[in-house]
Ligand binder design. Structure first.
Ligand SMILES: O=P(O)(O)OC[C@H]1O[C@H](O[C@H]2O[C@H](CO)[C@@H](O)[C@H](O)[C@H]2O)[C@H](O)[C@@H](O)[C@@H]1O
Length: 337
């Protein structure tokens, strides 16, 4: 059965709006507890079993490279948890020099994009590589290759032309532009409404908002979630998603990391799947949207970064950012040799 049969088909272009506000299923606050030795063994064997279904991309490297023969590899990378380990302070998720140099090397040989939930500018400040394309706010703010609008059904009002530092043309695509005033209002209400809860950190991600609860006491999580939902109730064109100890408020447009990946492939000139081998590496639920697009198109390698079994559409896995680094170094060496 082909991938499209497995995953169905969806419209590739255009920005559709959800008809009403949507929130993810509410889950209990996840706090980590120590495991007993038996539980650890069980976890190990579950992981080994999971690895059989999602083999290490390092082990599968030769196979991936064989599949790349005659095709253009395009690299997509998530930022937090992929290029940097998850750390307690979101503002201190610095990228190591080794990772910067590996990403830079890869980007010299293959079109490379970083697609993050952070604001585009913040990711750029962490990465500081000019040869990379950046998509911030979960893909709602893309700085990509110049595009001839006529060949797309993307609406012109979301596009702006720009120049990079070398004077080369770029295109900025912001499909949630009209939501900016409301985002500022929500940001303000969230900040005021949660100021009495210790440990809350609100991050302005441009076209979306992150409410971090990593430092919030368990007893305060319920009230925090209630507060966030009550602010959100006043904004039916927004919805809530969940990441790693973070609640995220996003405009309800049908645009996610998967759409950003498709947009970048198209603007890079790879609308046809036969000439391209996209590799997408990411660790979070939001990256599944991009995995889904690759699986649906039946091209490339979605790679999940996880050291524990997870429900995922990824084909391969890497344990952590240090394995991501090894993979990128190997890729850069492979192309140079
Ligand atoms: O799409 P990503 O690049 O993975 O961004 C997703 C969110 O990442 C950041 O938060 C996460 O990483 C922080 C630093 O390691 C960690 O402290 C936090 O608990 C994690 O949720 C970022 O701060 C968010 O704005 C992004 O949406």
């Amino acid at each position: 059965m082909g991938f499209s049969r497995l995953f169905g088909t969806t419209a590739r272009y255009g920005v559709d709006y959800f008809s009403r506000a949507r929130t993810d299923k509410i889950e209990p606050h996840e706090y980590i507890e120590d495991d007993s030795p038996d539980e650890l063994n069980a976890a190990d064997s579950k992981y080994s079993y999971w690895l059989k279904e999602h083999p290490s991309a390092l082990r599968a490297f030769q196979g991936i490279m064989k599949a790349a023969v005659g095709k253009q590899i395009v690299i997509f990378l998530d930022y937090d948890g992929t290029l940097t380990p998850i750390v307690d302070e979101p503002d201190r998720a610095f990228m190591s020099d080794a990772m910067r140099s590996a990403v830079g090397e890869v980007a010299k040989h293959f079109p490379t994009a970083i697609i993050s939930g952070r604001s585009r500018n913040k990711v750029y400040q962490f990465v500081k590589l000019d040869e990379v394309y950046y998509a911030g706010s979960h893909g709602m703010d893309i700085m990509g290759p110049p595009t001839k609008l006529k060949s797309y059904s993307y609406e012109g009002k979301y596009h702006t032309n720009a120049l990079d530092k070398k004077g080369d043309e770029l295109s900025i695509f912001q499909p949630a532009k009209e939501f900016l005033p409301a985002i500022q209002e929500i940001l303000d209400k969230m900040q005021k409404g949660t100021s009495d809860i210790e440990g809350v950190l609100i991050e302005d991600n441009g076209f979306c908002i992150s409410v971090h609860y990593r430092h919030v006491a368990q007893v305060d999580y319920g009230p925090l979630e209630k507060k966030v939902l009550s602010v959100l109730a006043g904004y039916p064109r927004f919805h809530l998603t969940r990441g790693k100890k973070v609640l995220e408020i996003r405009p309800s447009i049908q645009w996610n990391k998967g759409n950003a990946l498709a947009y970048l492939l198209d603007t890079l000139g790879f609308a046809s799947s036969s000439r391209v081998l996209p590799i997408y590496i990411g660790d979070d639920r939001t990256d599944e949207d991009a995995f889904k697009v690759l699986r649906r198109r039946g091209v490339g390698y979605p790679i999940i970064v996880s050291s524990a079994p997870r429900d995922t559409l990824a084909l391969c896995s890497l344990q952590d950012p240090s394995e991501v680094l090894s993979f990128l170094i190997r890729l850069a060496r492979w192309v140079s040799s």
